[in-house]
Design a protein around this ligand. Sequence first.
Ligand SMILES: [Zn+2]
Length: 296
Amino acid sequence: MEGVTQTFQIKTRDRKYIGFEDTEAETQWQGAFTFIQAADTQLGLQEKYIEKKTNPGWEKEVKWCTQMVTKVNKMNPAPKFLVICGDLIDAYPYERNGEEKETRQHQENDLKMVLSELQIPLVCVCGNHDVGDTPTAKTILKYQSSFGDDYFSFWCGGAYFLALNSQFWQDRREVETLARAQDEWLEAQLLYIEQHKPRHSIILQHIPPFIDTIDEPSQYFNLPSYIRQEMLDRFITAGVRYVFCGHYHRNAGGVYNGLEVIVTSAVGAQLGTDVNGYRVVNVMEDKVVHCYHGVE
Ligand SMILES: [Zn+2]
């Protein structure tokens, strides 16, 4: 596995994505382009949670991820990047026992092996399984050393993207200082968007603010209702119109005051009736449209 993980490179530094720089080529609108939004590759969930096997493996997720990579590599013109909106692998980062730690490392290695075949830039966003349901300074650090910054921004083709750590809104008890740092960074980013007025401003995160409607009650699969409206109102004022998410393992979403929340089903295990898949997103001059595709 050693040779394999060497080919996987961390692509963020100082809260920026390396490869999409603030040059004219990326900050100015150059015409329509495509990117791929995937979520919940989550190696290990299918046999552990869905099939409840005694010795769960993750060959199925490896197969689905490989199918996605193969299909995306064949796309012409090539998409600008592929983003995985969290829950990259299933095993939690807590070190409750050695076995768990070992499983996580194996899942991480296998995911990186598959993704190393991807011929376009890979953008990783963290989910609750990546930083823990209750993140700690240690689990965040572990994530950063494996996959890069837990939140960052980048320009791409005249659109501005914010990748966020949504777990800070779900449970910040152990990481109050780190969560507040993201809040401050995010506010500065929103001011930057107000100033620079990108053609499109798009947010990428794991947990959806809501699944169907702004006024739905809080539950496992959405963000707490008490922060939801204020957060989205702030996004809208800044000029953000699209929030792409995962976590739900089903396709869903809705519109609130002109801001669209897009919830994309999993590359990995399904909790509903969707097929394993990913979303092809077309960024056009006046709008962003998207379509879900199966990996097969
Ligand atoms: Zn999740």
